[in-house]
Design a protein around this ligand. Structure first.
Ligand code: SAM
Length: 279
């Protein structure tokens, strides 16, 4: 029995339900409930909060969230093999866990939730970046969620918190910095996972800004994709298809600059111009 909730240890849960990890589903499980509690704590107070968790797997983080008094957890999992294990967690916390079987990229899971919402997840690496971009470009803003507390590969985490001039600065840093305050909370070594991935992971905490600079997320994503897609080139070249020199001059940005020198506000100015030209 585990100390946090009296349920069986995760190693036993995995053995009982035959949950050998599938690489294609990004399955690297956390079996240490002290560590999953540390991640849950990084999300701040959970009392009365509805937590959305993507990819609960055998339920290590889910159990930590519930043990730390999350009002309820809505967990969306693609692998049907995990559902019986999650049903046992649900039975232990009656009425507080709702499991949805499906793909978080395409399945709606946050309709009609009353009260505060936080998103907490040890994300599958193959879809983590796309999920983050979806959460950052959602409309209307401020979003329904109060915060995102997410595990990524360390290299992706560095891109999320990167600022102009950093070597990791790119599309993710612009999108995350535009609409949120993002920081790396702590690192998690490969040995903490079963099976261990090749690289270190990091937990990132993002809090939405109440009033970010105005611009359209999908257009900002397009502009940054083009600019950083050829990051060694001058902007007049990399942004040619979006208006090139004329666009940059209109935005009062020197066309010979490179993407990594532009502030988030300057990218927003470009995105607003591109959006207005396309109307
Ligand atoms: N939360 C568990 C933990 O911390 O041990 C498992 C994390 S594991 C890194 C990622 C989980 O996401 C797996 O359980 C996997 O089956 C699930 N998953 C993968 N792709 C998914 C998708 N598109 N939608 C929902 N869940 C997904």
């Amino acid at each position: 029995m585990s100390a946090i909730d009296g349920l069986p240890p995760l190693r036993d849960v995995i053995a009982t339900h035959g949950l050998d990890a599938k690489k294609a589903l990004g399955q690297n499980f956390l079996l240490d409930l002290n560590l999953t509690q540390k991640i849950a704590r990084a999300a701040g107070l959970l009392n009365g909060v509805t937590v959305i968790e993507v990819g609960p797997g055998p339920g290590g983080l889910t159990r930590a969230l519930l043990a730390l008094d999350a009002g309820s957890v809505i967990a969306i999992e693609r692998d049907a093999r995990c559902l019986p294990a999650l049903a046992e967690v649900g039975a232990h916390y009656p009425g507080r866990l709702r499991v949805i079987e499906g793909d978080a990229l395409t399945h709606g899971y946050d309709d009609g939730i009353a009260g505060p919402v936080k998103i907490v997840a040890n994300l599958p690496y193959n879809v983590g970046t796309q999920l983050l971009v979806n959460w950052l470009t959602v409309e209307p803003w401020p979003p329904a969620y109060q915060s995102l507390t997410l595990m990524f590969q360390r290299e992706v985490a560095e891109r999320i918190v990167a600022r102009p001039g950093d070597s990791a600065y790119g599309r993710l840093g612009v999108l995350a910095g535009w609409r949120t305050e993002a920081r790396i909370v702590f690192d998690v070594p490969p040995q903490a996972f079963t099976p261990p991935p090749k690289v270190t992971s990091s937990v990132v905490h993002l809090v939405p800004r109440a009033d970010p600079v105005a611009c359209e997320g999908p257009v900002l994503a397009r502009v940054t994709q083009a600019a950083f897609g050829q990051r060694r080139k001058m902007l007049r070249q990399s942004l040619k298809a979006l208006g090139g020199e004329e666009l940059l001059t209109k935005a009062a940005i020197d066309p010979t600059r490179r993407a990594e020198t532009l502030s988030i506000e300057e990218f927003c100015t470009l995105a607003r111009l591109v959006a207005s030209w396309n109307r």
